[in-house]
Design a protein around this ligand. Structure first.
Ligand code: CP
Length: 304
């Protein structure tokens, strides 16, 4: 792998994903000095718990220092500073930049202003490539592989950037089928369906969860995202569309695994958390190891 920047899952190769999963596995439980003397900037211009804190944990575990904008209100973004100026400034302070931004395309915009290692930590409803890497790593660990598995995405598939990014990565493997389960208003964008058709990957769109439960190996549950709707009325019509309960989980295979990028609102009831099928918090832990692998390798490729 020779990349130094990651803005989308669309240009990742199977070799890169396999390599990063191997690297993440090596990071489990480790503290290293791979990034000793380096400064990582985490610019979060949209709220986050897992992505920012796991990137910062990963940085500390690799021996780096961290500078952060955790809230745009406390930065000059609140005074109207444009993205180009923020990036041009931060790249003078930091060796590696991690950025989350509410606007689609902001990661591509940011890399016009820096050649330094850069990681997209989510750009609006578009992409969340580091999440999709930790997701595929979690599927591999929890289900013993990706090939031959039936994977169901459930919930907000229209605005769900984690769904979009993971769909690109699944296309590098040979899943048996991908099932998209959503209300009609939140269907996955057509370009992802076309991509699956072009790759010859079997797929299906439906609104019905329960009838699909027996054939699913991995559920990828998502939140209906209030912040992506124009009005509360629109959100209120769709919230609670799908709720995973122990009764529904028991309709599935014993080997079923449930992933969720989190945060959750009401789409998985808390009594599912203690079932062996629930992998959500193991998935969140895997984020640290995958982000250690990414920070280490993108940095090593740039600072040769
Ligand atoms: N999965 C994810 O992106 O979570 P946060 O919004 O908490 O970072």
């Amino acid at each position: 792998m020779d990349r130094t920047q990651l803005t989308t899952s669309a240009d990742l190769t199977r070799e890169e994903v396999d390599f990063l999963m191997e690297e993440a596995e090596k990071m489990r439980g480790k503290n290293t000095d791979d990034l000793k003397g380096k400064v990582v900037a985490t610019l979060f211009l949209e709220p986050s718990t897992r992505t920012r804190l796991s990137f910062e944990t990963a940085s500390h575990r690799l021996g780096a220092s961290v500078i952060t904008i955790a809230d745009p209100k406390t930065s000059s973004v609140a005074k109207g500073e444009i993205l180009a100026d923020t990036i041009r400034t931060v790249e003078k302070y930091a060796d590696i930049i991690v950025m989350r931004h509410p606007e689609v395309g902001s990661a591509e915009e940011a890399i016009k202003y820096t050649k330094k290692p850069f990681l997209n930590a989510g750009d609006g409803a578009n992409q969340h490539p580091t999440q999709s890497l930790l997701d595929i790593y979690t599927i591999k660990r929890e289900s013993g592989g990706i090939d031959g598995k039936t994977i169901a995405f459930i919930g907000d598939l229209k605005y769900g950037r984690t769904v979009h990014s993971l769909t690109y990565i699944l296309c590098l493997y040979n899943p048996t089928k991908i099932i998209f389960i959503s209300p009609n208003e939140l269907k996955v964008p057509e370009k992802y369906i076309k991509m699956l058709e072009e790759k010859g990957i079997k797929h299906e769109e439906t609104a019905s969860l329960e009838e699909k439960m027996p054939e699913i190996d991995v559920i990828y549950m998502t939140r209906i995202q209030r912040e992506r709707f124009e009005s509360d009325d629109e959100y209120n019509k769709l919230k609670g569309s799908y709720v995973l309960t122990p009764e529904i989980v028991k309709m599935g295979k014993e080997s079923l695994r449930i992933l969720h990028p989190l945060p959750r609102v009401d789409e998985i009831t808390p009594d599912v958390d203690d079932m062996p099928q629930s992998a959500c918090f193991r998935q969140a832990e895997n984020g640290v190891y995958m982000r250690m692998a990414l920070l280490k390798n993108l940095s090593a490729n740039y600072y040769k």
